[in-house]
Design a binder for this molecule. Structure first.
Ligand SMILES: Nc1nc2c(ncn2[C@@H]2O[C@H](COP(=O)(O)OP(=O)(O)OP(=O)(O)O)[C@@H](O)[C@H]2O)c(=O)[nH]1
Ligand SMILES: [Mg+2]
Length: 179
């Protein structure tokens, strides 16, 4: 399955979330000119990326379609992930319960107990304001067990602005302090 692709000592990051959340767009945003050309993932993508301009990590972007989610454990049972980036599409309100359920499964997994969770609420480039407090409540982030290290950010994943920088700086600092 290509698990050997990752280099030793390079922190590994699991990129997860429902289909259409924007995972592959996030992974490729700085290398692909038009995000419109990105298609749904039927397997996984692996790429190294520099977070916060300082920390190089290996990112595993998994297909988020329901039929593919049974494969997620194959990854986190075989790869020691330092972090999980969980993307959420705030414009698909009807899918919040599904997004919450899948996130909850990940946070309850023994293999991810030491991982830091970074929840990215992806505005998908919309100028409409996202009701962040509502999204946070409906995803159950406030009821996470206190032992789960987590942070959430609302941002346009294709636009490297202050919020994007803050999110990546937070994540890289959490990963650096991981061991
Ligand atoms: N403009 C814009 N389009 C986005 C953004 N995020 C996602 N999209 C679009 O939304 C669609 C889905 O994005 P993907 O990155 O393929 O989503 P995914 O989470 O990888 O989905 P799966 O591979 O099916 O799990 C694509 O057509 C993207 O171009 C964004 O931040 N801005
Ligand atoms: Mg994808």
């Amino acid at each position: 399955m290509g698990f050997c692709a990752s280099k030793p000592n390079l922190p590994q990051v699991l990129l997860s979330g429902l289909d259409d959340a924007g995972k592959t767009t996030f992974l490729l945003a700085d290398v692909v000119k038009s995000v419109k050309t990105i298609e749904s993932t039927y397997g996984f993508n692996y790429q190294e990326k520099v977070l916060g301009e300082v920390l190089r990590v290996g990112i595993w972007d998994l297909g988020g379609r329901e039929s593919l989610r049974c494969l997620w454990p194959c990854f986190y049972r075989n790869i020691p992930f330092a972090a999980v980036i969980y993307l959420v599409n705030p414009w698909q309100e009807e899918r919040f319960p599904e997004a919450r359920r899948e996130l909850q499964i990940l946070t309850n997994e023994e293999e991810l107990r030491e991982a830091v969770f970074c929840i990215l609420i992806n505005t998908h480039g919309s100028k409409e304001p996202v009701k962040e407090a509502e999204v946070v409540a409906r995803l159950g982030l406030k009821s996470f067990h206190h032992s789960i290290k987590h942070g959430h950010f609302t941002l346009d994943i294709t636009n490297i602005d202050d919020t994007y920088d803050r999110a990546m700086a937070w994540l890289s600092s959490e990963i650096s302090g991981h061991d």
